[in-house]
Design a protein around this ligand. Structure first.
Ligand code: BTX
Length: 330
């Protein structure tokens, strides 16, 4: 959001009574006409602002509606979401962030949409993203890491989502390797990490997060209802989407900074706290074979560690895991 508008909301919020156009114009160092124009923009975003002649302006209500303004107001991050864009409807927030990366937008740029009509999952799968019901968001990251370490960011994002759900509710989120967040065995969130790299350097990463927040049972497509759910269905409560996004961005920023500073170890510990079916038996399919295994955890580099019936331990970077009873196959 434009910093003037952010400052304007701050001034209106701090003021007990009315604040005059003159005072605002002086404090913001803009003309009174500019103050008036900003007020109109805020009203369009759903802020309830009263204007009384000779007294000035007073704020009565904050919008429910998500917008760049409402998302940035109260967002206390150092870099995450300082450039933040909101759209009512898009094909996919991933594509928008890819374009932004090419235009040279900075690390931490965030794009949020109310609805996606071409939401993408991994391997050309689709991601259902109904209007106003969830968080459909992608962001641009420019980490100074070798490309082989990029998948660790997917695990990091999953950990942050699980932590956020844990902090905001009584739910017990779990992470299904590598990238699904589950509640009561059902998928409530998915992550799509796309990378542009050149030999040994990551040019940029577009990290896409889908969170099913306020869908009711009937909002979930019937063919995936058996394996997909939402925070609302599982908690019985309506979630504030704006606050949930802000909470996520704040947690993500601090976990990301810690990861860049200290390496994957901190992520690994958190991940294992939420790891789904760790210690349990599953069936694993790789390109070569299908075998019975016990999931052991993740490796210091984020690979999945599993033990064969024969006792041999394996490190997996990509595999289909058949989760058996109570679980499902992506
Ligand atoms: P995935 O390939 O792990 O999961 C996709 C599969 O999950 C689908 O084939 C379907 O079975 C199921 N599915 C589809 N929609 C949903 C849903 N809303 N909830 C639960 N299960 C579903 C996961 O891919 C990665 C998803 C990333 C989505 C974000 S949203 C913002 C960004 N923009 C975009 O286009 N994608 C990302």
């Amino acid at each position: 959001m434009e910093s003037t508008r952010k400052h304007l909301i701050e001034l209106l919020t701090k003021q007990e009574g009315h604040i005059s156009g003159q005072q605002l114009s002086e404090q913001l160092n803009i003309s009174r006409t500019a103050v008036w124009k900003h007020m109109n923009e805020l009203k369009k975003d759903g802020y309830e602002i009263e204007a009384v002649q000779r007294k000035g302006y007073k704020i009565h209500g904050f919008p429910d509606k998500i917008s760049e303004n409402t998302l940035q107001w109260g967002l206390e991050t150092r870099w995450m979401g300082h450039q933040l864009y909101h759209y009512d409807q898009v094909e996919s927030t991933q594509e928008i962030v890819h374009q932004m990366a090419k235009q040279g937008k900075p690390h931490g740029t965030v794009v949020v949409a109310d609805e996606q009509v071409g939401g993408k999952g991994r391997m050309a799968r689709s991601w259902d993203s109904p209007k106003g019901k969830g968080i459909w968001m992608s962001f641009l990251l420019k980490p100074d890491l070798p490309p082989v370490e990029a998948p660790q960011l997917t695990l990091l994002a999953a950990t942050v989502i699980a932590k956020m759900i844990d902090e905001r509710s009584d739910l017990e989120p779990q992470i299904k390797w590598p990238n699904d967040v589950l509640i009561h065995h059902k998928k409530v969130s998915g992550i799509l990490t796309e990378m542009q790299a050149e030999q040994d350097t990551i040019q940029y990463i577009v990290l896409g997060i889908g969170m099913n927040v306020n869908q009711e049972e009937e909002d979930i497509p019937s063919d995936i209802r058996y394996k997909a759910s939402s925070f609302k269905i599982e908690s019985g409560l309506d979630w504030n989407i704006q606050k949930t996004i802000q909470h996520f961005l704040t947690l993500f920023e601090s976990s990301y900074d810690q990861f860049i500073r200290d390496g994957f170890q901190s992520v690994k510990e958190d991940w294992e706290k939420y790891g789904y079916k760790i210690g349990e038996n599953v069936t694993i399919s790789t390109m070569k074979e299908t075998w019975e295994a016990t999931l052991l955890g993740i490796e210091p580099d984020g690979a999945l560690r599993a033990r064969r019936k024969t006792g041999e331990e394996e490190k997996l970077y990509s595999a289909e895991i058949h989760w058996g009873e109570g679980g499902y196959l992506a």
